[in-house]
Design a protein around this ligand. Structure first.
Ligand code: 5GP
Length: 189
């Protein structure tokens, strides 16, 4: 008999909604493999090439795209991002839960391509709270925060693309809910 097929989980949400914290928690699950996206955006302090992202030049990104290496790709705030097909195919063939943390344009491509999976949208309780969280996080300059808020307003209109919308009021509860939706309830010891 063949191995059990893996499953795809797509997690999106406006920058600052808490999806990265949710994903960090899911990463501790031994059943899960995370997609390492390619991007042309500059590396932030503490980020490691090959772990957080594959950091590519725009030319390298274009070449990978021309070779058909991306399952989906998008331009976000002036930078390119894309999911590499190779690692996903391997993980799914191994029966793993493969998690993509991507933005809305990429999700739209997957939906239009009828890519099966569980699609989860993590949203903030309000735009005010999102603004506060982005400022507190201290990762983005004020202009970039404004740009991310403008993108967030647009993204929040795309919730229909998702199977589940989870409002992140309290992080532990959000993580528990996403685990449940993805069929990743911790197994009893
Ligand atoms: P950041 O620059 O903050 O790491 O990511 C910016 C946005 O790009 C986030 O919403 C993140 O989820 C999204 N993103 C990261 N990798 C990919 C990808 O491979 N494809 C798409 N479509 N979006 C991505």
């Amino acid at each position: 008999m063949g191995a059990e097929a893996g499953r795809l989980v797509v997690i999106s949400g406006p920058s600052g909604a808490g999806k990265t914290s949710v994903c960090k928690a899911l990463k501790t699950d031994p059943r899960v493999t995370f997609s390492v996206s390619a991007t042309t955006r500059p590396r932030r302090d503490g980020e490691v090439d090959g772990i957080d992202y594959r950091f590519l030049t725009p030319d390298e990104f274009d070449a990978a795209e021309a070779r058909g290496e991306f399952l989906e790709s998008a331009t976000y705030n002036g930078n390119r991002y894309g999911t590499l097909r190779g690692p996903m195919d391997e993980a799914l063939a191994d029966g793993r839960v493969f998690v993509l943390e991507i933005e809305v344009q990429g999700t739209r491509q997957l939906r239009f391509g009828n890519v099966p999976g569980t699609y989860v949208f993590v949203v903030p309780p309000s735009m005010e709270i999102l603004h506060e969280r982005l400022v507190k996080r201290g990762q983005n300059a004020p202009e970039e925060i404004e740009a991310r808020l403008a993108i967030a307003r647009e993204e929040l209109g795309a919730s229909d693309l998702y199977d589940h919308v989870v409002e992140n009021v309290e992080l532990d509860a959000t993580i528990a809910r996403v685990r449940e939706l993805c069929g990743l309830v911790p197994t009893e010891a």
